[in-house]
Design a protein around this ligand. Structure first.
Ligand SMILES: *[C@@H]1O[C@H](CO)[C@@H](O)[C@H](O)[C@H]1NC(C)=O
Length: 327
């Protein structure tokens, strides 16, 4: 049996700091924030779903203010939280949370769901998760609910003015193409062809998001996929070298994605899509931790291998703690 794997938030906090510094103006007036994507940005939707892709037990959440698991795939905050903080907003609630109602809806919503990818067939091993078409359906439902409170025109305005974050693609590699040597997509496509296919499917999703009203959409690309603990374990790496094939995947996928975003912006005649190069940010952080206030590089990444019955290999990053101690 293959071990279900979830792309875990790595180096979340410093990454978010870097993103926030470049993208979100400080002291901005209240503005809604919408989040779409996978476990890197899921703030707890999967807690409400019958799926094995969940982060509702320790050590998830060990560095969160409550020191409890919240459904975030992180030791502490995830980067949507930090973007919310810098916008002066409460953390964006999972759309499936019963607490997301009334005026709170006006802050936005998080539709992300761990395990999903660009493709519908990514993460099938996790059963009941919110694939992209479901996330968009819920976004439509959200807009209807908000319209009932503030009317259609103001709802449209709220969505147009909002910041939107979408983080997708890692699972299409880690939990699909590279899942086993005989994965159907791997037999169907060479790696470069698969990347082209993913980018063309991603384009459709982004246009759908635009049609649904998104006008300021942050797209993160994928991080160093070969350094995900599950990939390290699979490649038998003993010296910490990242697995070459998934690394190559990210190196092919990201530039094509960014090119596609540029083309979309040109077609739309507006800078709707903003590129956030998560790969470069991660690499910078690992290569020069001091620049980010991280002085104990050995402590940066903890790999916890839970017992095989626990299913997940979990990467816990203590950077939040170390960061707060050193700045
Ligand atoms: C994904 O699945 C949904 C629901 O079955 C379907 O409507 C949608 O067209 C599928 N997307 C793709 C790209 O196949």
């Amino acid at each position: 049996m293959s071990i279900p794997r979830i792309l875990i938030t790595t180096l979340t906090v410093a990454l978010a700091m870097a993103m926030v510094a470049t993208i979100v103006p400080q002291a901005e007036a209240a503005r809604a924030f919408f989040v779409f994507g996978d476990s890197l940005v899921d703030s707890g939707n999967n807690n409400y779903l019958a799926t094995t892709a969940r982060a509702d037990s320790p050590p998830y959440g060990i560095d969160y203010p409550t020191h409890r698991p919240t459904g975030r795939f992180s030791n502490g905050f995830n980067f949507p939280d930090i973007i919310s903080q810098s916008m002066g907003l409460e953390p964006t609630l999972p759309y499936l949370s019963p607490e997301l109602n009334g005026q709170r809806l006006l802050n936005g919503a998080n539709f992300a769901s761990a395990g999903i990818g660009i493709l519908n067939d990514t993460g099938i091993q996790f059963a009941n998760i919110l694939r992209m078409f479901s996330q968009f359906q819920l976004f439509e439902q959200y807009q209807q609910r908000v319209s009932a409170i503030i009317g259609t025109d103001r709802t449209q305005q709220l969505v147009n003015d909002a910041l939107v974050l979408i983080t997708l693609g890692g699972n299409d590699f880690v939990n699909n193409y590279f899942l086993t040597p005989f994965a159907p997509r791997r037999r169907q496509f060479s790696l470069p062809d698969y990347c082209r296919f993913l980018v063309s499917e991603y384009r459709k999703l982004l246009m759908r998001l635009y049609d649904l009203g998104g006008r300021r959409i942050l797209v993160t690309g994928t991080g160093p996929l070969g350094c995900v603990p599950a990939e390290l374990a699979m490649s038998g790496s003993t010296n910490g070298e990242c697995a070459p094939e998934p690394q190559r995947a990210a190196q092919i996928f990201n530039p094509q994605l960014f090119q596609m975003l540029q083309n979309l912006n040109r077609e739309l005649g507006s800078d709707v899509f903003i590129t956030a190069n998560a790969f470069a940010m991660n690499t910078d952080l690992i290569n020069s931790p001091q620049r980010f206030g991280l002085f104990d590089a050995a402590n940066l990444i903890f790999l916890i291998r839970t017992s095989s019955s626990l299913l997940y290999r979990l990467q816990v990053c203590r950077s939040a703690q170390i960061y707060s101690k050193t700045t």
